[in-house]
Design a binder for this molecule. Structure first.
Ligand code: PXL
Length: 292
């Protein structure tokens, strides 16, 4: 039996409205990854669509938790950061990487901070530059098109966009430092939605699904978690991309069909068995051999 990979997921806990940790935990667990958590804040709901939410910041807990793990010699095969609420938390992520990134540790940064052309209201205009410094240390980043524009200090161009624009953006993001870049929320035409990946060899891959109208909260977290599950199982980035795009699409499709309140997030749970099957079918033969 292969050694199980241990991942540290650094996100907030939004108690209601599936996103961040309440999404990362079940999806990465379904992928067979051991998930440890570093909660950055506790909110009664996520901040999109709900009003009057509570927010309890956990920044003061981060350094003591890291010190305890270091004292125990705890190691992680991957560190996956998502929504970070402040410059203090960005600085602490650098400390986390300094202390826990070994040469083989996968550092994945999802620079959650913006969508639909706008920075989330809770962030100051200089936050994207701080996030870009964290992205520079990652092996894999997963911005949407708005976050990509902010990381690069370029104007946001609403879609549909051209492949030239997508690939120029991918390469500019890779020039910041990460080995691999996955751009989400790409429309090349009005009927499809998808993502594009630039791998460490410089190859570009696209994956698309039909466009479903509506604002679907937490889909960025569902996507990044599903992608990372595939990458940590040893799949090529392009195969992990196909699986993650389809997984998000299936969740969005059944949620739209059900007609439920979209603020609660998408029903990804119904297709977790399909996600696991897709991962198993794509497992590299070389990896299978090591199981035997
Ligand atoms: O899904 C990203 C996210 C994570 N955490 C919180 C959020 C959001 C998006 O709105 O509000 C607290």
């Amino acid at each position: 039996m292969k050694k199980q990979k241990r991942l540290l997921a650094v996100h907030d806990i939004s108690a209601v409205g599936k996103c961040s940790l309440t999404v990362a935990l079940p999806i990465l667990s379904a992928a067979g990854i051991e998930v440890s958590v570093l909660p950055t804040a506790v909110l009664s709901t996520h901040t999109g669509g709900f009003t009057g939410y509570t927010f309890h910041d956990l920044t003061a807990q981060i350094r003591p938790m890291m010190a305890h793990w270091a004292s125990l010699g705890i190691e992680f095969d991957a560190i996956y950061t998502g929504y970070l609420g402040s410059f203090d938390q960005l600085r602490l992520m650098h400390e986390l990487f300094d202390g826990f990134a070994r040469p083989q540790t996968l550092l994945a940064v999802d620079p959650v901070m913006a969508d639909n052309g706008a920075l989330y209201a809770c962030f100051s205009p200089d936050f994207p530059a701080g996030m870009a410094d964290l992205c520079a240390r990652a092996q894999l980043i997963t911005p949407n098109m708005t976050e990509a524009a902010l990381l690069l200090g370029r104007p946001y161009r609403p879609g549909p966009c051209t492949k030239e624009h997508v690939e120029d953006t991918l390469r500019a993001l890779a020039a910041l430092g990460p080995h691999s870049v996955v751009l989400t929320g790409i429309h090349l035409d009005a009927r499809t939605m998808g993502a594009a990946a630039l791998d460490s060899q410089g190859c570009v891959r696209y994956a698309f699904s039909p466009q479903v109208d509506g604002v679907f909260y937490g889909t960025g977290d569902v996507f990044a978690s599903a992608l990372l599950g595939g990458v940590l199982r040893g799949l090529p980035l392009g195969d992990a991309l196909d699986i993650a795009v389809d997984f998000v699409y299936q969740g969005v499709r059944v949620t739209k069909q059900a007609g439920t309140d979209l603020r609660y997030g998408i029903n990804f749970e119904s297709n977790l068995p399909g996600y696991i099957r897709a991962l198993q079918q794509s497992d590299a033969p070389a990896q299978e051999e090591t199981h035997g």
